[in-house]
Design a protein around this ligand. Structure first.
Ligand code: GRG
Length: 305
């Protein structure tokens, strides 16, 4: 939060983010309380309440507000996208995929609870996300809730996160245009699909018309790629800092990244371009109401982690 560059607007983004993150955390805490303690709940709480920037819920709430809805209409969906995100991290960290030991500053879920519990708690969390949207959304026509469930389902089905993850695992040192195309295919699904579902769900629940939904879909596709370009740049700059080097393009990486394919300067330019394209999609909306999404776009662009 401290790394956000001054926005051109007078909007106090830091207070906004802290307030929204705290509301989302409270809603998640309430939903997955330990009233009926069980191993699966403990495991879910361990990862879900472990921090995280809460970017996806904030996008969902901001899109809802942009089209005139209040937060309460989108809060269950905002929690659901964080649940889907967290379960994807729990599964991604498993030995059969990324085999990671640490996540959000703590030992990964399977290090704490064992592989079978981490796997099954991730499955349960995915189901809970849908249960929550269907059961807790209030004052929204049923047709809009169903449409939201469809968007969320698409993000974690065959056109979404798992397909992107599998394509990422299948990367075989492609370079040039083919490498770039492959990488965009991966990121549109692995990272972009859920960011898109977050924004579009918020818009649907807030009462957007079809034209507004499509504009916001385009906006979210820009920020999906933007998010990943920045992630890749941060990976390089962080590793360089850790190695006591200056940022460079000569690091050997075992996966396809923007800096590896197009160089770090071009990656930065690409991020700027995507930032501009995302904001252009917001041009037709009430300028006052776009401040949150503009600030979130800048946050994604200039974040330090
Ligand atoms: C969703 C059905 C289903 C299965 C999951 C394992 C798997 C399939 C997918 C892996 C997806 C993955 C790890 C994508 C990377 C997403 C990403 C950019 C994570 C970092 O997001 P931040 O920076 O993290 O928002 P915090 O911790 O702040 O929430």
């Amino acid at each position: 939060l401290h790394t956000i560059r001054a926005s051109k607007t007078s909007f106090d983004f830091e207070s906004y983010m802290l307030e929204k993150a705290s509301e989302v955390n409270k809603a998640l805490e309430r939903f997955i309380s330990l009233e009926e303690p069980s191993k699966v709940r403990e495991s879910i709480r361990y990862s879900l309440l472990a921090g995280g920037k809460r970017i996806r819920p904030m996008l969902c709430l901001a899109a809802c507000e942009l089209v005139g809805g209040d937060d309460s209409k989108a809060m269950p969906a905002a929690c659901a996208v964080e649940m889907i995100h967290t379960m994807s991290l729990m599964h991604d960290d498993l030995p059969c995929i990324d085999n990671s030991d640490m996540r959000r500053g703590k030992p990964t879920n399977h290090k704490e609870f064992g592989e079978p519990v981490a796997l099954l708690a991730g499955d349960a969390l995915l189901a809970l996300a849908f249960e929550h949207v269907a059961g807790a959304t209030r004052r929204v026509p049923a047709e809009r809730v169903v449409r939201t469930i469809r968007e969320l389902g698409r993000s974690c089905g065959c056109q979404g996160i798992p397909t992107g993850q599998i394509a990422d695992l299948d990367y075989e040192g492609m370079s040039g245009e083919i490498g770039l195309q492959h990488m965009e295919y991966v990121h549109m699904r692995k990272t972009g699909a859920l960011l898109e579902a977050s924004v579009v769900s918020g818009a649907i629940l807030g009462g957007a018309d079809d034209e507004e939904i499509e504009k916001l879909r385009k906006f979210s596709r820009c920020i999906g790629l933007l998010f990943q370009v920045i992630d890749d740049i941060l990976d390089i700059t962080k590793s360089s800092e850790e190695l006591g080097k200056t940022a460079g393009t000569d690091l050997v990486l075992d996966k396809s990244t923007y800096p590896k394919l197009i160089g770090i300067e071009n990656s930065r330019e690409s991020a700027q371009k995507l930032n501009g394209e995302a904001k252009e999609e917001l041009a037709g909306f009430d300028p006052e109401k776009t401040l949150q999404l503009i600030a979130l776009t800048d946050y994604i662009t200039y974040r330090g982690n």
